[in-house]
Design a protein around this ligand. Sequence first.
Ligand code: ZN
Length: 201
Amino acid sequence: MFLEKETNNTSGSGWIEVICGSMFSGKTEELIRRLNRARIAKQKVEIFKPELDKRYSEADVVSHDANAIRSIPVQSASQILFYAGDCDVVGIDEAQFFDAELTAVCNQLADMGIRVIVAGLDMDFSGKPFGPMPQLLSIAEYVSKVHAICMRCGNLAHYSFRTIASDKLVILGETESYEPLCRSCYNKATRQSDPTHKKDS
Ligand code: ZN
């Protein structure tokens, strides 16, 4: 479990936390848990998500267990700066769908004294680092990698295997389209569905 810093921050500077992992790993639940605790501590909290993530509801960050929390959908990372000025804590969900600008935005927010908590998929369905996540993992003070359970063998899973054939990077309506798998089951499943597939080509 992530141990929070003392939140009565006198140094004037914030910091960046990243929560990453595969689908069904509990990233959003962990983000919501941290944000709720900040709220209990009477801190001003805002949550942002990219506008394209409309799977469940327009204005809520909704985790798979329907533990909803209000959020602001934004079209670009720079819009977060516009809304976040007077916040103590900023949460960003589905960070993998933002562009590279998100890295600079998170640094800027942290430099302004804001605690920034970013949650996102670290790999896409083909096992490649996803969007701005690698950069965010590098610049963050704290990184938590959370795991799902492999649907085929019960080990810890860190791949999001796509169970339907498509080359599109983003598919909405996920539960029926993805399966969390461990390395060995992912490699087996990938070989079966596409014998020519290479993870790092
Ligand atoms: Zn497995």
